[in-house]
Design a protein around this ligand. Sequence first.
Ligand SMILES: N[C@@H](CCC[C@H](N)C(=O)O)C(=O)O
Length: 274
Amino acid sequence: MTFFAKAHACGNDFLVVEGACNTALAVHLCNRHTSVGADGVEFLEWTDERSGRIRLANADGSIAEISGNGTRCVAAWMAHQIAQKGAPLASGATLEIDTDAGLRTCTLVKAEGHRYEFAAPMGVPQVAKRSVRLADGTSVEGVVVHTGNPHFVIFVEDENFTAYQRTWEELGREICFHADFPEQTNVEFVHILAPGHIAIRIFERGVGPTTSSGTGTCATASATIATRNGESTLRVVAPGGEQRIDWPSPDAEILLIGPAELICTGEAWRGEAW
Ligand SMILES: N[C@@H](CCC[C@H](N)C(=O)O)C(=O)O
């Protein structure tokens, strides 16, 4: 039996399981038909009263260095557990969460019941223009962004996010699995609404199309700021909701602010075999 908490950030959903990382268990738990269902499992080991170490297994069992949304979902679970012990965190309190991409400090902005908002510096994005040649010879212009995990960002004019005569889902899949990215890559599509306001779509590595991405929000915002004269404070709207970015200069850490909501806890009964 596996005890889990389920949480989401703008619909990007994660299970938090306390204990060592188990990728086969993650594949099982993430199945939306035969198990609980999620985009990934964050395996959490507490290291102190307000700190923990996490490892993220994507729905397909691959390991991701970090998730912005998943990290906040873990922070929400930690804040809930701390509150259960009788001392709820106040706004401004911090939780230290160590990831495969380094330590992330989540500052509680607000809490209302099981809904939380956190702000977290997400490292210094590395941004570089790049093109990728598709199987049919089409050259796709984009921006490679490293935010602890890999991203390829494509700017689109079309409000339906079609580009190069393809849907964003088709293009996202081909680029995610492209030979130029041996570790695969997350792929995001950006439609600029205003200098400080962008809409995005996400083809997530290890998952597929999903409703939001924290690191994808950082990647699209930093690509917009660095290559499209975007404002340093940006609102990034995904199908699942909005997150906010503050990136004052290229050598500064990018600040990600967004929600995380606890959905439920439960016991998955088919976990024993894994
Ligand atoms: N699947 C991604 C990691 C998760 C990204 C996530 N959606 C986020 O919020 O950052 C990967 O393999 O890089």
